[in-house]
Design a protein around this ligand. Sequence first.
Ligand SMILES: [Zn+2]
Length: 149
Amino acid sequence: MPSRSGRAAASFGIASSAFAAADAGRAALRPREADVAQALERRIAALRERGGDCARYGSVLERSYRLGQLRLRPFMWRVGSDLASGESKPSGEMTLAREIDALNVGVRTLDDVVASIEHEAAHIAFDITRSNGGEERAVATVRECGGAD
Ligand SMILES: [Zn+2]
C-alpha cells in the first residue's frame, strides 16, 4: 500500500481554551468530525467520573481537545514498515487516522478512533515509552478505564 503521508491533515478540534466555546467550536467542525467530537466529550466525562489514572489521562485528552491540538488525517500512514493510526507529542499534539485507507479495505469505527486518541493521551499522561511498559501498558491503561480497543 502506498504511503498516504502526503495527504494534508484535516484540522480537528476546538481552537480555543475556553470551555464555554465548546458549542461554537463543535458547530464549526465538519460534519464528518462532529461524531468524533461528541464521542470524545462523552469519554472525557466518563473518564473524569472514574477518577484515578482514568481521570489523569482524561484530563490530558481534554486539554488537547479543547486547545485544538487533535488532528484527524483521512487515513492511516506509514512509519517504516508499519501503518500508524495515531501519534502524539508530549506537548499534547496528537494526529489520528480516521480510516485505514482510501480503498476502504478496512474501516475504523468511531470507537477505534476514540480508542486511538485515548491511547495517545495515556502515552502523554504517564510518559509511557518502550522502556516503561510500551504499547502493552498504554493499551491496558485504556482498557482498564473502559475504553474500546
Ligand atoms: Zn502507543
